[in-house]
Design a protein around this ligand. Structure first.
Ligand code: KG4
Ligand code: ZN
Length: 354
């Protein structure tokens, strides 16, 4: 069976073909994956503009799907899987409407996929089934959440951010430093040349339960808004000390040190929670997916901590860690095999729960 995956939840229009292998240890094989990024459009505005995103998906989707089908060697597809949430509503609607029309006109099943289930499946697509139970950290521009996976294809929420996602913190700090959008890659690059102990930023520890979700224990939640504010305070104080105006660029060496110090805290907070949760849950492996998993320090330190604990660490290649449709097709195959398909009344849901 081959599934065509379609993903339009944020600023990437993506389509991909994924095939079942019949090998239970390594169930999915990627046949093609095409991603049209809108970063160049949103960069001008310093972040994703939902209306522009939806309009660009409409322009790109036909070409992206055609290209994914052509790259797949003309094998066709037996079902269409689509991200129906969470994400930007106008953007999601483009993918959902397109997928519905395609599946209906070809008389093939339509499979609804949660965006984060796709990110979790990207780990299996990249490296085969994980030893279970596994604890998975999904860390992107929109999400920072920890999940416990006991059975393939299922997940339990262990903790999530109370405010900003880690990628959002990267983007906001980059904006503050005048480094442009998206912030992750540029901060990652500059941090490599900076002193990660130059500035002492706080690591937020949440020990109390969240008033909005009292049933979740607080100690596995994340919070990045305090860190972001302390970077803001530091930068403002330094600008004042140097007699610069509100947007005046700080000396390059200082910017590199701020990036390195900020990144050290983000990575430590993410990995502390991930490995604490893994120990608590008796996990046999851990995984990291989502755009921020492209971060070089996060990848290196996750592997080092995993080695020290003899715990396998799953992190997909960069092409599978940022938003793509291959993960949606793979998660769709998993759901289809579990008996899930959607009716023609499938709708996009911006706040869809996993
Ligand atoms: O998963 P993704 O492509 O889209 C969302 O669903 O959000 O993640 C995008 C996020 C952005 O916030 C970007 O700044 C961040 O991932 N990112 C990084 C790196 N590359 C991308 N963050 C830290 N280090 C990186 N190397
Ligand atoms: Zn994502």
């Amino acid at each position: 069976m081959i599934v065509l995956g379609i993903e339009t939840s944020c600023d990437e229009t993506a389509a991909a073909l994924v095939e079942e292998t019949g090998d239970p240890g390594r169930p999915w094989r990627l046949r093609s994956s095409v991603v049209a990024s809108q970063v160049a459009i949103h960069r001008e505005w310093g972040g994703v503009v939902p209306e522009l995103s939806a309009r660009q998906h409409i322009r790109d989707i036909c070409g992206v799907v055609e290209r994914a089908l052509a790259d797949g060697g003309g094998a066709g597809y037996d079902a269409v899987a689509v991200t129906h949430g969470p994400g930007l509503i106008g953007s999601l609607l483009v993918g959902v409407s397109f997928a519905k029309s395609l599946a209906w006109s070809r008389s093939v099943p339509l499979i609804p996929v949660h965006h984060l289930a796709g990110h979790i499946e990207s780990l299996v697509l990249g490296a085969g089934e994980m030893p279970l139970p596994a604890v998975v950290l999904i860390v992107s521009g929109g999400h920072t959440s920890l999940y416990l996976v006991k059975v393939p294809g299922s997940s339990e929420l262990l903790g999530r951010t109370r405010d900003d996602a880690a990628g959002e913190a990267y983007d906001k700090v980059a904006k503050l430093l005048g480094l442009g959008y998206p912030g992750g890659p540029v901060i990652d690059r500059l941090a490599a040349e900076g002193d990660d102990r130059a500035v002492s930023f706080p690591k937020t520890r949440l020990t109390h339960a969240d008033r909005n979700a009292p049933n979740l224990p607080g100690r596995r939640d994340f919070s990045f808004s305090g860190l972001k504010t302390s970077v803001l305070r530091h930068v403002t104080a330094r600008r004042e000390a140097l007699g610069l105006d509100d947007h005046g660029p700080l000396p390059e060496r200082e910017v590199r040190d701020i990036c390195a110090s900020f990144q050290r805290v983000v990575v430590e907070v993410l990995l502390d929670r991930l490995f604490e949760a893994a120990r608590f849950c008796g996990a046999r492996s851990v995984g990291i997916a989502g755009g921020v998993s492209a971060n070089s320090r996060l990848r290196a330190q996750a592997r080092a901590r995993g080695d020290a604990r003899e715990l396998p660490v799953y992190i997909p290649d960069l092409a599978l860690s940022t938003d793509n449709a291959a993960m949606i097709a793979a998660a769709g195959l998993r759901r289809y095999r579990a008996g899930v398909t959607a009716g023609w009344d499938l709708n996009a849901d911006a706040g869809l729960k996993l």
